[in-house]
Design a protein around this ligand. Structure first.
Ligand code: MN
Length: 305
């Protein structure tokens, strides 16, 4: 996607856990996200889905909440749609290094027609609700790239926003965490980075051997009671196809739990796995179709296939 060129150029995806982008989303609803971003300067980032990307503006003082109030909004590079789910830390020396919180999210819609220098929007977020206008600055206050805009809160006939809402609110809309809690989780999340992959040679009792050609996935066991002892965790039951991925020098092969080769049925998954920075691996997963409500439905998956 050409619109993401600048976004990708600025980032090293082996270092940051921010998404590289590339997934197409279907549907007509437009995503809206407000990130709180503690970087070299603390600011907010307003992101609006437009033409398959998140068009983005940095708000040095946050969004305006009172009708008539104006806030500077500096347009930055388009971000991939997956960024709408991003919360976490960006490594300190990387581009935009710091902590990112999902401060608000929801949908937005355009009021009236879209113009090059003025966008009238209605936000339907969990926190921000109502009308705003984005208007491109003119004259001396504009920079040479034309990236300076103003975000102005508009009057709503029926205000729906919490009167007590403040940009100082330090809680993620997604996880409830504060900025410092997100920052503290930093080490944990970064260990997932490709550059920090554990060295298998250091595992106790590990011995070097060829990857076995047979793999039988673990299956769940039906039980009547929820266990009360031991270190049990729960996970959401996903309703789809169990799929095993075998990655080696010959490429990627996908098989069902009964050993049927389904590589041809899921070419996108095979391609995505082939792009991973690994040479051999066996991955166990479930292919699902998630509805707008985040619930997997087998029927939907069959339809998609
Ligand atoms: Mn930012």
């Amino acid at each position: 996607m050409e619109r993401l060129e600048e976004y990708r150029r600025k980032r090293d995806f082996t270092r940051t856990r921010e998404p590289a982008g590339g997934t197409d989303r279907n549907g007509t609803s437009e995503l809206y996200v407000m990130h709180k971003h503690a970087a070299s300067h603390d600011h907010f980032d307003l992101r609006l889905e437009q033409d398959g990307v998140l068009r983005s503006w940095a708000l040095p003082k946050g969004p305006s909440l009172v009708p008539g109030e104006k806030r500077l909004a500096v347009e930055v590079e388009d971000h991939p749609l997956e960024y709408a789910d991003f919360e976490g830390s960006i490594p300190e020396k990387a581009y935009g290094g710091g902590t990112v919180m999902l401060w608000d999210r929801g949908r937005w819609r355009l009021k009236g027609r879209s113009r090059k220098d003025r966008i009238d929007i209605e936000l339907d977020g969990e926190r921000l609700k109502g009308s705003w206008t984005l208007t491109r600055m003119s004259g001396k206050r504009q920079d040479k790239h034309g990236r300076n805009w103003l975000l102005i809160k508009r009057h709503d006939d029926k205000p729906r926003m919490e009167a007590s809402l403040s940009v100082e609110l330090d809680a993620s809309v997604a996880s409830g965490r504060s900025m410092s809690e997100i920052a503290e989780a930093h080490d944990e999340t970064n260990s997932l980075n490709a550059v920090h992959l554990p060295d298998p040679a250091l595992l106790t009792n590990a011995r070097k051997a060829a990857l076995s050609q047979v793999a039988t996935p673990q299956l769940a066991t039906l039980a009547r009671e929820v266990p009360t002892q031991g270190e049990w965790l729960h996970e959401i039951k996903l309703d789809g196809y169990r799929l095993l991925a075998h990655i080696d020098k010959d490429g990627v092969r996908l098989t069902t739990r009964n050993g049927k080769d389904w590589t041809q049925r899921f070419p996108e998954i095979a391609r995505a796995l082939a792009a991973l920075p690994i040479t051999t691996a066996r991955l166990d997963g479930e292919v699902v179709a998630l509805g707008e409500d985040g619930i997997s439905r087998f029927g939907q998956l069959q339809e998609a296939l």
